[in-house]
Write a protein that binds this ligand. Structure first.
Ligand SMILES: [Fe+2]
Length: 298
C-alpha cells in the first residue's frame, strides 16, 4: 500500500499538480496512516489516504448499510463551462474512463453530461455543460453528491425522513437511464443536492461500450415543489446565536422573511409544517437555493 501511495504522489506531481503530504500529526488527527492533499477543479480539494482507523463495532444508525468498498462512497456531479478541462484532469490524475453521455434539453438549452468512472462504479464523477451557449446555471461548486444504500427500504426510509423533517426535495424518486439507479435528490442547507440511490449497475470493463442516452430518467424524478424557490440573498445574521437573531428581529432592525411580526399578512405559498425538532432552524429565512436547471444530473 505505501508503494501505491507513492505512485499516486508521483502521478499527481508528474501532472503538474502541487501536492501537500499531511504531517504525521495531521494524519493522526484524520485517523489515517498517510494523507495527501492536492487541488482539483473548481477549487475542490482532493484527499487520498492509506489505512483508515476502523472500528470493529457496527455503527448504530437508521440505514442498514451504505455501499462503498471497491466502488468508493458514491459520486459527485459538477457543472462547468470547460468540460474538456475537467475531463482532462480526471483522465490524467485518476485514469478516469468514459462510461457514457446523457443529453438533456431544458428550456431549449441542451446539456451534455459526461460520466466518468475510476472503478467498477458506473461513475464517480459527472460533468455537465451546456451546448452552444456557455453558461453555468449552478452556483455551488458541486451540483450534487450521491451515496448508495444497500437496501431499497433504506432509500424509501431516507425519502420519508426528508419529507417528514421538512427539508426540500429537489427531485422525487425516479430511475436513471444510464446506470439504472433508483434515487431521489434532497436539497441541503448549503444549496447543493444530496442524492440517495439504490441498485445502480456495475460496469464490466471487458464488455462496456459508451453510448449516449436521451434524458436522465427512465421514469420519475419529478421536480420537488421546493426546487421552484428562487435564490435569495443570505441575511447577515444567519449563523449568529439565537439571542442575536432575536435582537435583530426587533421592529426596524430585522427585515428577514422569518423575522417579521406575526401580525403581518404572509404572502405567497406557506411553508410546510416542520418537524418539531427542526422548528427553530426552519423558521429562519430559507437557505439560498441553487437555481437548478429543473432536472438533476444523475
Ligand atoms: Fe447522481
Amino acid at each position: 500500500m505505501p508503494a501505491a501511495f507513492d505512485q499516486v504522489i508521483d502521478r499527481v506531481r508528474g501532472a503538474g499538480v502541487p501536492v501537500e503530504e499531511g504531517s504525521a500529526e495531521q494524519a493522526a488527527r484524520s485517523e489515517v496512516e498517510r494523507l495527501l492533499r492536492f487541488p482539483g477543479p473548481k477549487g475542490l480539494a482532493q484527499e487520498i489516504f492509506t489505512r483508515p482507523l476502523l472500528d470493529e463495532h457496527p455503527l448504530q444508525m437508521r440505514t442498514r448499510r451504505f455501499v462503498t468498498g471497491e466502488g468508493g462512497m458514491g459520486h459527485v456531479a459538477l457543472t462547468s463551462t470547460k468540460p474538456a478541462g475537467l475531463r482532462g484532469y480526471y483522465d490524467t490524475v485518476f485514469d478516469a474512463r468514459l462510461s457514457d453521455y446523457i443529453d438533456e434539453t431544458i428550456s431549449g438549452i441542451m446539456l451534455k453530461i459526461r460520466f466518468l468512472r475510476v472503478n467498477e462504479r458506473h461513475h464517480s464523477i459527472a460533468v455537465a455543460s451546456t451546448q452552444g451557449v456557455r453558461l453555468n446555471p449552478i452556483r455551488t461548486r458541486i451540483q450534487h453528491l450521491n451515496v448508495q444504500v444497500a437496501e431499497l427500504d433504506d432509500m424509501v426510509g431516507a425519502y420519508q425522513r426528508v419529507q417528514e423533517l421538512g427539508f426540500g426535495m429537489a427531485l422525487a424518486v425516479g430511475q436513471h437511464t444510464n446506470d439504472r439507479e433508483l434515487s431521489f435528490y434532497a436539497q441541503t442547507p448549503s444549496g447543493f443536492e444530496w442524492e440517495v440511490g439504490w441498485n445502480p449497475l456495475v460496469v464490466d470493463e471487458k464488455t462496456w461500450e459508451p453510448v449516449t442516452h436521451q434524458g436522465i430518467s427512465v421514469w420519475g424524478h419529478p421536480r420537488g415543489a421546493d426546487s421552484d424557490r428562487q435564490a435569495r440573498p443570505v441575511p447577515p445574521w444567519r449563523g449568529l446565536p439565537a439571542d442575536h437573531r432575536r435582537r435583530r428581529a426587533r421592529p426596524g432592525r430585522g427585515r428577514g422573511r422569518g423575522l417579521r411580526p406575526r401580525s403581518r399578512t404572509p404572502r405567497g405559498p406557506q411553508p410546510r409544517q416542520p418537524h418539531p425538532g427542526h422548528r427553530a432552524r426552519l423558521t429562519q429565512p430559507p437557505p439560498a437555493v441553487t437555481p437548478t436547471t429543473g432536472r438533476g444530473i444523475p
